[in-house]
Ligand binder design. Structure first.
Ligand code: URA
Length: 437
């Protein structure tokens, strides 16, 4: 069938056959589909949606457009699992999660992204470590996974390449926010990693990609439905991103907070989310029979220092300077720190993740275009978060800055992000829901 006939069928609300979806994806990959046809296909799916069978077919077709990793030949003595996060502000969970889970005997070939928009990216954070190679060759990646238990690298050009073209077109045609397209995009990349199971952290709240809980639930259900059909184990946690995770927002500053976490000094919200995700990975990988046993294992991995050792090993295996573990002051630092103080006494009722993410970007910690250069030293450190009592003149946040104009742009966003009221606001749960496939 001609691509325009397949697009017409979807446009008119029909259910596409797996061969029709495969032919569209082939055309996206080999360039025989024009940009207009890719956009029209995405828009037709955006308005008409897809059945679970169509979502499975799209996931498989995107996955098969590129190379697939393979672990069987390494005879790894444990399950291979990974985690995906829909992205947020101050979301440094991967930096702790991968070493914790590896310390529990699982193997984690983590493929992460760079930040875009107001959200940060794990790779930008790791790039703040001198020498850390984010794009090693595949042999180095496999060796690190085998010997250390985990490696964290950037998206390679050959995993799900059709998704890259489809995503780029969606990005400029207002079709990113389509649950079937998001589902296939996320899972095609994760399943190309030849994993036994995946845990997904879908964020909801102001700083999330899906601010509304209803949309986050729909995405979570869609991910579970597709994985069930594909016989891949999945757990999806819907977690809160109304305010940033932890206290640090930026790159080097988030690496510092992650090292502190693995040394036993964890902000409570970050600990709750990270340890819940880790425990689900351990249970899903079959290393624990119950949630309680999994939780005990992940807490021991931190308290016995094994997770910190793994973080050091990850950094070494990828060429980074591991002296930062003992001496985090070796990480890049901003030249100046400005305190942002409260003008009144009361309780923090808003600490808006999106505005603080935008402020951090304005300082230079993130990018608005893919080719923007990131400043590893700048960022924000939150001294107060929602629910905290604050007195007039107390510091709410420290702004780590290098460029005066950038500070000028960021300061009003920080100001707007905080709200202080006489009474505390009603709290939001940190984990809204857990769905399992
Ligand atoms: N993340 C992805 O990888 N793909 C999407 O479509 C949205 C978020």
């Amino acid at each position: 069938m001609l691509p325009q006939e397949i697009i017409r069928k979807k446009r008119d609300g029909g259910e596409l056959l797996a061969e029709e979806i495969a032919s569209i994806v082939r055309g996206i990959h080999d360039g025989s589909l024009s940009e207009g046809q890719v956009a029209a296909f995405a828009m037709a799916v955006f308005f008409r949606g897809m059945t679970t069978a169509e979502r499975v077919a799209l996931t498989l077709a995107l996955m098969r457009s590129g190379a697939q990793l393979e672990w069987k030949s390494l005879a790894l003595p444990g399950p291979v699992v990974d985690k995906h996060s829909s992205g947020g502000v101050g979301d440094k969970v991967s930096l702790m999660l991968a070493p914790i889970v590896a310390a529990c005997g699982l193997f984690v070939p983590m493929i992460s992204g760079r930040g875009l928009g107001h959200t940060g990216g794990t790779l930008d954070k790791l790039s703040a470590i001198s020498g850390y190679e984010t794009q090693p060759d595949i042999a180095t990646f496999r060796k690190a996974v085998k010997e250390v238990g985990c490696a964290i690298i950037g998206q390679t050009d050959d995993l799900a390449p059709a998704d890259r073209r489809l995503y780029a077109t969606r990005d400029i045609t207002a079709t990113v926010e389509s649950i079937p397209l998001i589902t296939a995009s996320i899972l095609s990349k994760k399943l190309s990693e030849d994993i036994d199971g995946v845990v997904v952290d879908v964020k909801t709240g102001s700083g999330a990609f899906m601010p509304k809980l209803k949309d986050a639930r729909n995405l979570a259900r869609s991910l579970v439905d597709v994985c069930r059909k594909m016989k891949t184990k999945i757990v999806v946690l819907i977690t809160d991103m109304e305010q940033p995770s932890g206290r640090a927002i930026g790159n080097a500053i988030e690496i510092r907070e992650s090292i502190q976490f693995l040394k036993g000094k964890a902000p409570e919200d970050l600990e709750t989310i990270c340890m819940a995700l880790a425990a689900h990975m351990v249970r899903l990988g079959g290393r624990a029979r119950s949630a309680g046993q999994a939780s005990k294992l992940v807490y021991e991995a931190v308290s016995k220092g094994e997770a910190l050792k793994r973080l050091r090993a990850i950094i070494c295996a990828q060429g980074g300077d591991d002296r930062i573990i003992d001496n985090p002051a070796l990480l890049p630092r901003a030249a100046h720190v400005q305190e942002f103080r409260s003008r009144i006494s009361g309780f923090v009722t808003r600490c808006d993740a999106k505005l603080l993410g935008l402020a951090s970007n304005a300082l230079g910690a993130g990018r608005t275009r893919l080719d923007d250069v990131v400043d590893p030293g700048v960022g924000l450190y939150l001294e107060k978060k929602i629910g905290d009592r604050v007195r007039e003149g107390e510091v709410l946040c420290r702004i780590h800055w290098n460029d005066k104009q950038r500070l000028h742009d960021a300061a009003p966003l920080v100001e707007e992000a905080f709200e202080i009221k006489a009474r505390p606001a009603k709290g939001r749960p940190l984990i809204h829901a857990v769905l399992e496939g």
